[in-house]
Design a protein around this ligand. Structure first.
Ligand code: FAD
Length: 455
């Protein structure tokens, strides 16, 4: 797939990849063997009929391809861009060993973009009004998916979203150059067309509690994500210039700091930026820092490249753009100037030992390997967990040790009657498609609960 030149794109926020042309898409689709027993479908958390949509692309029938995609996946333009297909559907592709797997994600993106370019926004059949009402808390991928599913089933859905824009991480976390916000807006418009009401700037747990929602709605779905950032709890972490990735990316994406002076959102640009962590969030923060104008940006990760949880495609993009990777390195202390701005970072070198619980080799500090490096911005991207607001204001909701809402994954039911949950709030930080898959399961059981009243 053609991309912007790395040196050029490292200084702009335009989308990195251009997407397939129709000819390229048809050519790629024709490589698909359209297996009789397609195992790629088993790798898709929402069960898209992958060979069928690809077959239609191969025949130039893009309209039918997008119809099949949308039957199972409400957000194909988004998933086509950010899903880890290489670990899901594409890893199963039987021709992977012969010239690489079919580029399923890129074809999904192509079909969705084709539909948008054609200006088609077909609203599916919506069942007769059931008279039932559902409150959905959070307008991220989980909340949007549940809302759309239930609206199609004929229920009246209201989404309550804390921020001033819908989309969750798709809007405030993933940067414009990886997921243009116009695409998220288009998908949200589609959901509104299904008759879903969207209330923004509405913090459930403050403005109204879940118990209060239950008085007016037949069921409540909680899809509030995992927006509480983790810190390392090391000296100097509260110096100015040290951000959580959550705050840093929110300032840039949601509050549009990258569009200065049109948007005058304060953000420290920094000359020497360090981003701590090795996941997608760290890659995004580092690439944002570079685009904002930093002289050098380094990813500081305590394991090696092989253990990095970020998508390979995004690691390669970051490498091409000139991000420096400081592997086997752990920050242990930040040093500030007399005005409490960060000035330096002290790190330890690590070596890898035996695998730990996660299956990855455990990083072990090398004694006496301390060194210091100048930094004026640090972004901490080491993970996040669910915000405690709803758990702390909802009696009867069982919570796990990481602050996640405990659900039955087969139904999305929580410990509280009438309350369902799914996505990152239940699993901890995961992926868009897993959040959507969990939401889809919950939608089915919300409907069943509203029909039978049985818990
Ligand atoms: P979220 O997307 O977090 O949405 C939750 C919503 O609930 C938010 O809008 C929030 O404002 C709202 N909310 C929270 N509390 C309340 C409340 N009390 N009242 C009302 N509303 C509330 N996944 C991938 O698959 N591929 C990627 O490339 C990828 N990159 C990522 C990059 C970044 C920077 C981040 C942070 C995550 C990334 N992920 C990626 C993970 C993915 O975005 C999440 O797994 C997914 O968004 C989870 O969806 P969700 O709906 O559960 O939660």
């Amino acid at each position: 797939m053609p991309k912007q030149d790395p040196l050029e794109r490292a200084r702009n926020f335009n989308e990195v990849a251009f997407g397939y042309t129709p000819d390229m898409a048809i050519q790629e689709a024709r490589r698909c063997l359209v297996c009789k027993k397609p195992i790629c479908i088993q790798g898709c958390p929402v069960g898209i009929d992958i060979p069928l949509f690809i077959k239609h692309i191969g025949e130039g029938n893009f309209k039918e391809a997008i119809r099949i995609l949308k039957d199972k996946n409400l957000l194909p333009a988004i998933c086509g861009r950010v899903c880890p297909q290489e670990e899901q559907c594409e890893i199963k592709c039987v021709i992977a060993k012969k010239g690489g797997p079919i580029a399923i994600g890129r074809l999904e993106r192509f079909a969705a973009d084709w539909e948008a370019q054609e200006g088609i926004l077909e609203v599916p059949d919506i069942k007769k009004n059931s008279g039932k009402m559902v409150a959905v808390v959070g307008a991220g991928p989980a909340g949007l998916t549940t809302a759309a599913d239930l609206a199609k089933m004929g229920h009246k859905v209201t989404i309550f979203e804390a921020l001033n824009e819908p989309g969750g991480v798709l809007t405030y976390g993933i940067p414009e150059f990886r997921l243009p916000k116009a695409i998220v807006k288009r998908e949200v418009e589609y959901i509104k067309k299904l008759g879903v009401d969207l209330l923004l700037d509405f913090v459930v747990g403050k403005a109204l509690t879940v118990d209060e929602l239950l008085q007016d709605f037949n069921a409540v779905f909680i899809g509030t994500g995992a927006g509480l950032p983790w810190f390392m709890n090391i000296d100097g972490e509260n110096f100015n210039g040290v951000y959580s990735a959550n705050e840093y990316l929110t300032r840039v994406n949601l509050m549009k700091a990258y569009l200065f002076p049109e948007y005058d959102t304060p953000i420290k640009i920094g000359k020497h930026v360090a981003v701590i962590g090795g996941g997608n969030v760290a890659m995004d923060a580092a690439r944002v820092a570079l685009r904002l104008g930093a002289e050098d940006v380094r990813i500081v990760y305590r394991r090696s490249r092989q253990e990095m949880p970020a998508r390979l495609e995004e690691i390669e993009n970051a490498e091409e753009e000139g991000i420096i990777f400081e592997y086997l390195t752990l920050p242990v202390k930040y040093i500030g100037d007399p005005h409490h701005w960060i000035q330096e970072m002290e790190c330890l070198r690590m070596e890898l030992g035996e695998p730990d619980k996660s299956g990855r080799r455990r990083p072990i500090p090398i004694k006496g390997s301390e060194f210091r490096t100048p930094v004026d911005v640090v972004v901490c991207a080491i993970g996040q967990s669910p915000n405690p607001l709803i758990p702390s204001t909802t009696p009867g909701l069982n919570i796990g040790k990481d602050g996640n809402i405990i659900i039955d994954p087969a139904t999305g039911k929580t410990s509280k009657k009438g309350v369902f949950a799914g996505g990152d709030v239940a699993t901890g930080a995961a992926t868009v498609i897993l959040a959507m898959g969990a939401a889809r399961v919950a939608s089915r059981y919300i409907e069943e609960y509203m029909k039978t009243g049985q818990w």
